[in-house]
Ligand binder design. Structure first.
Ligand code: TYD
Ligand code: MG
Length: 473
């Protein structure tokens, strides 16, 4: 066996280096290299055992699959994100910024499940038992028979869990506080986190319990340190929210047992997290529909239609290089829409700062948002408010054409349900939707959208003195 030799491990991505470096060559992070013993952890033991393996039978893809019944948490939004409930023997990592409500959500899920008569164990490495109790009391969950402990040693935890009936659910809050004897590195390092996670994953697979690990994320949204843990676990969900806002979004990032495009929406109340059954109403609450620069997107999050307001502010710049800032959407996508509006919509935006915001702290990934963003931008530039009861959806091609997107029927139905009267979308997608009591306005090209919005603007808003009428090339 090789002599144990010190090496340096990046605490952000887990890359190894022989000597200390100020910047990790692999992920580019600064000051993340920490000295750890090289022959620690599982890898060294695997090498030591090479050549003495046990022969195991190989199986075919066919054959009786043991489809395990899912464990429903009793929290609908959580079950939606996990793809229909927790899978026995699986490991789920839940990431989120400190204070976002991970512990609250998990203690609520634990209590629900325990009330249904399942064995549930909650291990806190961060808070004392009294603190967890206090939170449960505030949430009115003190009566739930959840088994609690404040522990950080993985060996002790696994030994305790193996005693007695196998738990249905085990919560480890958080993985960063866990440490194991199998690794020589100091607690909190990547090696420790990885080895602890490995031990807990092995426990889940062999026992059939579902293990949920909490992971903290850094400022830029990465699950801190153990990004290596992300590909070891079966599912990764992230818990997001915006400072000062009461609602939280649970989003599947990876899921071996279900789709990854579902979101769950919660609201933080004095009584913990409550489910939001109709997210569209929440995202649209308190909007000022008469102001220019706001368009409602008929979007989709997984299988669920979600209406959300896209806000734009286009203002003359005082800088040499105009500013482009975007919250909740892809900046590259904004640049593309701006370029198409200039090239095919006849707008000149080179002398304007552009700000785009997706209201309510939602993050949109789908290309269907292009048309809503374009409508908001044109509306802000021209000062012409968009119809308060209209929705927009459609992908914009580089040629300026508006391309069809999926689930047009779902989007329109949701809009109609919430009282919207008109929809602007790709011509193909609007066909066959006439039965909805909405005015359908097909828009095949970006130039038609620009002309339409400019023509509808109130005259005083478009007076030349304001210098905001669209500058046609
Ligand atoms: P917590 O679950 O401790 O966050 P995390 O585990 O992700 O760090 O949530 C703490 C925050 O939630 C705290 O700022 C207070 C707030 N909160 C409520 O608003 N209502 C409640 O009922 C509870 C329990 C917490
Ligand atoms: Mg916590």
């Amino acid at each position: 066996m090789a002599k144990a030799r010190a090496s340096f491990v990046c605490q952000s991505c887990g890359a190894l280096a022989q000597r200390w470096q100020g910047r990790c060559e692999s992920c580019g992070e600064w000051n993340t290299m920490t000295e750890e013993a090289a022959s620690s952890g599982i890898a060294a033991r695997a090498v030591a055992g090479a050549g003495k393996g046990r022969v195991f039978p190989l199986e075919s893809l066919q054959g009786a699959s043991r489809e395990a019944p899912r464990i429903h948490s009793g929290i609908g939004e959580l079950d939606r994100v996990t793809g229909g409930g927790f899978v026995p023997g699986s490991v789920l990592l839940i990431g989120g910024e400190p204070g976002i409500g991970k512990s609250t959500l998990l203690i609520q899920a634990c209590a629900r499940l325990a009330m249904l008569g399942r064995r549930v164990v909650y291990i806190s490495g961060e808070e004392a038992v009294a603190q967890v109790r206090l939170r449960a009391a505030r949430l009115g969950l003190s009566d739930a028979p959840v088994e609690l402990a404040a522990e950080t040693s993985v060996e002790d935890i696994v030994a305790t869990l193996r005693k007695g009936e196998c738990p249905a659910l085990v919560v480890i809050d958080s993985i960063q506080t866990m440490w194991t004897d199998a690794a020589e590195a100091s607690p909190g390092t990547v090696t420790q986190v990885r080895s602890s996670a490995q031990a807990l994953i092995r426990y889940a697979k062999t026992s059939g319990a579902c293990v949920i690990m909490v992971g903290h994320v850094t400022k830029d949204g990465q699950i801190a340190g153990p990004r290596v843990v992300e590909h070891m676990v079966d599912a990764v969900v992230s818990f997001e929210g915006e400072g000062g806002r009461q609602f939280r979004i649970l989003r599947a990032v990876k899921n071996r047992f279900g789709p990854t495009d579902e979101i769950g929406v919660f609201e933080m109340t004095g009584l913990g997290l409550s489910e939001v059954a109709n997210p569209s109403a929440l995202f649209l609450a308190g909007r000022d529909a008469s102001a220019p620069g706001a368009a409602v997107l008929a979007g989709m999050e997984g299988t669920r239609p979600v209406l959300v307001e896209v806000q734009a502010l286009v203002a003359p710049t005082s800088l040499g290089t105009p500013r482009r800032a975007v919250v909740g959407w892809d900046p590259a996508r904004l640049s593309m829409v701006l370029a198409v509006l200039e090239a095919h919509g006849g707008l000149r935006l080179g002398q304007h700062d552009v700000y785009l915001n997706v209201a309510g702290g939602l993050r949109i990934d789908e290309p269907a948002a292009d048309l809503a963003a374009a409508a908001a931008l044109v509306s802000s530039l021209t000062g012409a408010p968009l119809p308060a009861d209209g929705v927009y959806f459609g992908e914009i091609a580089l040629s300026g054409a508006v391309r069809p997107v999926s689930h047009a029927g779902h989007r329109l139905k949701e809009a109609a349900k919430l009282g919207f009267q008109s929809a602007v979308g790709p011509p193909g997608a609007l066909e066959g939707q006439e039965k909805l009591s909405m005015a359908l306005k097909p828009c095949g090209h970006i130039s038609a959208l620009v002309a339409d919005i400019a023509a509808s603007g109130p005259r005083r808003e478009r007076a030349p003195a304001r210098g905001q009428s669209p500058a046609h090339a």
